[in-house]
Design a protein around this ligand. Sequence first.
Ligand SMILES: Cc1cc2nc3c(=O)[nH]c(=O)nc-3n(C[C@H](O)[C@H](O)[C@H](O)COP(=O)(O)OP(=O)(O)OC[C@H]3O[C@@H](n4cnc5c(N)ncnc54)[C@H](O)[C@@H]3O)c2cc1C
Length: 458
Amino acid sequence: MGIDLIEAEVRALSVAGGEVVGVALTEGTMVTARAVVLATGTFLGGRIFRGVEREPGGRINERPATVLGEQLRSLQLPMGRLKTGTPPRLDGRTIDWGALEPQPSDSDPWRMSPMSTGPRLPQLACAITRTTNETHDIIRDGLATSPLFGGAIEGNGPRYCPSIEDKVHRFGDRDGHQVFLEPEGLDDHLVYPNGISTSLAVDVQDRLIRSIPGLRAARVAQYGYAVEYDYIDPRALNHQLALSAIPGVFCAGQLNGTTGYEEAAAQGIVAGLNAAALACDLAPMTVDRARGYMGVMIDDLVLQGISEPYRMLTARAEYRLALRADNAEARLSEWASGYDVLTPARLAHIRRRAEMRAAAKSGAIVHVEPDIIREVEEDHRYAPYLQRQAVEIERMRRDGGVKITSDGETLRTVPGLSLEMIERLEQAGPMTLDEASRVRGVTPAALAALWLHSRKRA
Ligand SMILES: Cc1cc2nc3c(=O)[nH]c(=O)nc-3n(C[C@H](O)[C@H](O)[C@H](O)COP(=O)(O)OP(=O)(O)OC[C@H]3O[C@@H](n4cnc5c(N)ncnc54)[C@H](O)[C@@H]3O)c2cc1C
């Protein structure tokens, strides 16, 4: 494959003449490179919080990348702090599964890739439970030592994955919050209680777990915690995820202010391909907003920056009728083959399916794979909307001077505007669509909603 794996800590970027020339490892070795991809996750200046406990760490029991973080700050890169958290892990053998509502896996053997043909792994069921009023009282009593509420954590956390103490504080009227109990693996007793991420003290975590139905006798195998870390303001990057200030450095993942596995993976592809293209003197690769969600995410990141960990939500895309999971292969394959990044086997596979797609479109459906028929049906169903959307986008670009409202009450009546967008617009008070487009964090999807609203009022 031509790939050497080296397991070591990167202490510093090596920079000469303003460009990266490699990395220095902690044990003193230099690795030379024309391009470097940084993907430090939560490790850069990582600090772990739990109750009044504090310790340096990127993840529990793993050291942070302190020296590299200091170097990046000394290079005057725009950086800030964010935080994320995780729930306690439970010993699944101590959970009363019989008392809980089971959540079996999907019966449809759907796979991420149509090229996967091997046997499926056995599927495990999850279960659902809920926090109770007793849980909420325990949490409220525990807030006194919470690093989140005591001000010890400066960084903003992910709006869409709040901690359980945040949920209880912000939505005090609810009598319960749902908790999914997810087994972590086939040969692992650990269970991930999804929905109760927390950095409360360990004794509070023990009590709150035992106040939840089905968990009265549950043993906490690993306590939850919050981790605060450095990120680079993604506006310092271009659409190839290259750092403008230091040619040759690319950044991907949580370092760029995102959170989530898929977000990190998508950026890894873009940063990795572009780093390889630079090193091999090939043309760079960018994904635009109409091509895929990764294009939407990168455009949002590099143009608007972030104020909290960014998650890729479908609502952030203005072309989401075209950006469907079922048409990903047709949408991306030919384009990707133009960058010579597909194996011959994959190319043969997609060309065979392209022929089937063409046959299905022409009405000859015999022997055509069922997922292709579903895709063609969806295309057909959405065709008029897609055409209308294309016209709307074109018109919106032309009509940037259109007057809009920034009055909160009126904004709440605009269909399609999320609470996040309303907050941002209300705060900034833009007068025109063009001004709104420069408000940090306001998405093109929100602009389209504002444009439609103002046209209707006019
Ligand atoms: C506790 C916790 C729970 C989470 N739960 C979920 C979840 O349920 N669902 C979800 O979608 N997302 C979840 N996330 C978010 C998700 O894990 C991250 O957004 C994603 O893994 C980030 O990927 P990454 O490649 O940027 O970084 P990571 O996956 O964190 O990888 C960073 C890697 O870089 C290495 N590294 C860092 N600095 C150096 C250095 N100087 N030298 C050498 N190596 C270095 C680290 O050792 C690590 O292996 C969670 C995150 C945390 C912290």
